[in-house]
Design a protein around this ligand. Structure first.
Ligand code: ATP
Length: 427
């Protein structure tokens, strides 16, 4: 939990600070909220990063997945902490520098960058020059989701990553609101994908289609802040605000359920945000840090209280160290694991690997086509029970497709031990 200083405007309005911090606790009246770290208002982003995010980056460099997520009311300092303020780089810049430093020199990794914006329940690719809108697809072989067509830029150094980010992050949507001159109106998910054990020519390849094995991801998530609709005057702003509040409510519900330890009953389907974060919040062995931000201003006491409660629930969430083996999806869709192909057993990693194999064998495209056709039949409004039965039917169909595709593609495994996805004319 970080508490920012009162802003000049807040001081000019005569606002006073209503929360007292001490010993990793925040006192709100008689209530005490205790967290892993409470970072006081005069702290720098460097201190926030060192206390909370550094370990996540270290974890990812060793090949496990991780995420750092900013949560808090509008104007509470999420973007400041994530992308930095005057002369004080944020988590993103520090993570990039450390990620490239931490990667062991003797184990080259292929690093890719993607930036996804969730705006009014639409998915926008911030690295795409034409601002493409994307579709979220359920991975057929795991609980994870897959954003079809998301641009992944290959990176070989920290400066390259910084410049790719600087050019694109400015594209996210902001609006002048009562609490913040440049309020983020969307959730932004910056993702670094690391393919370990990649051959040198793949590490340095500029071809985003080059396939890499043993994937770990680092998600840096800057959530939009909740805000009372009353203070937004224009129609678009109210619509954005309603969409932000709905998705944050869905996230709050998911975190509550996870904090009660009933992962099997958690409903991730209520928003794109929760569907996108599902693998992160439930993936085994991954390391997730949630940084809650708050202003001490009395006028924001209600919003801050919500943030304190969210942080308290989030602290209770335990990500299983060892998750059960992923379902039979990979075998179902893609056949037995090849002897020379290393597939990590972490669900997030396995899900990524599964999606990669699905993509390689064009099965994913087949599913996309089927789903597009089914959309005309009202798939989105279909009751869950019918949807599940439809998925079963699709699985059976895909098994037949798999057998056919596998027969056609089995001789395409390259000499390097991984399939490049490129089909030569005679094949
Ligand atoms: N630790 C800090 N020190 C100084 N100024 C800060 C700090 N944190 C935030 N601010 C300032 O407070 C204002 C709001 O911060 P920021 O834009 O990061 O909020 P936010 O939580 O991302 O809001 P929104 O959800 O509306 O996007 C900005 O003007 C920012 O410069």
């Amino acid at each position: 939990m970080t508490v920012r200083p009162l802003s000049v405007a807040e001081k000019d309005r005569g606002e006073t600070a209503v929360f007292v911090t001490n010993d990793n606790s925040i006192y709100s009246g008689a209530d005490r909220f205790h967290y892993d770290h409470v970072i006081p208002e005069n702290a720098t982003n460097e201190q926030v990063y060192a206390s909370v995010a550094r370990d996540v980056v270290r974890t990812v460099a060793t090949g496990r997945s991780g995420a750092v997520m900013m949560y808090g009311a509008t104007g509470s300092g999420k973007t400041w902490t994530m992308t930095g303020g005057a002369g004080d780089p944020g988590i993103v810049q520090r993570a990039i520098t450390d990620l490239f430093t931490d990667l062991p020199a003797d184990q080259p990794a292929a690093v890719r960058l993607s930036i996804l914006e969730v705006y009014n329940e639409e998915l926008n690719d911030l690295l795409s020059l034409n601002g493409a809108r994307l579709e979220l697809r359920q991975a057929m072989c795991s609980s994870g989701c897959h954003v079809a067509g998301l641009t992944q830029v290959p990176l070989t150094s920290a400066p390259e990553a910084m410049s790719a980010l600087a050019r694109r992050i400015a594209n996210r949507r902001v609006r002048n609101t009562a609490m913040n001159d440049a309020s983020s109106r969307s959730h932004t998910i910056i993702t670094f994908t690391l393919g370990r054990n990649a051959p040198r020519d793949v590490v340095t390849s500029q071809d985003p289609e080059e396939v890499v094995d043993d994937v770990a991801t680092l998600h840096l998530v800057d959530l939009a802040g909740s805000e009372s609709g009353r203070v937004i005057s224009c129609k678009d702003g109210r619509r954005e605000s309603a969409s932000i509040n709905r998705s944050l409510l869905a996230l709050g519900t998911v975190v509550s359920a996870l904090s009660e330890g009933v992962a099997s009953h958690v409903n991730f389907r209520d928003s794109k945000l929760t569907r996108l974060l599902q693998a992160t919040l439930t993936g085994s062995g991954s390391r997730v840090a949630i940084i809650c931000t708050a202003t001490p201003a009395a006028s924001q006491a209600h919003e801050t209280r919500n943030t304190l409660e969210f942080g308290r629930r989030a602290k209770k969430v335990q990500i299983p160290k060892q998750a059960p083996q992923p379902p039979t999806g990979r075998e179902l869709l893609c056949g037995p694991v090849l002897a020379d192909e290393h597939v990590s057993r972490q669900p997030q990693v396995a899900a990524d690997a599964e999606m990669r194999v699905c993509r390689e064998t064009r099965v994913d495209q087949g599913v996309g086509l089927l789903i597009n056709q089914l959309r005309g039949l009202g798939l989105e409004s279909m009751p869950d029970v019918d949807l599940l039965s439809l998925i079963d039917t699709l699985r059976e169909t895909m098994e037949k497709v798999r057998i056919a595709v596998e027969g056609r593609h089995k001789n395409l495994i390259g000499r390097r031990g991984h399939y490049t996805g490129k089909v030569t004319p005679d094949e």
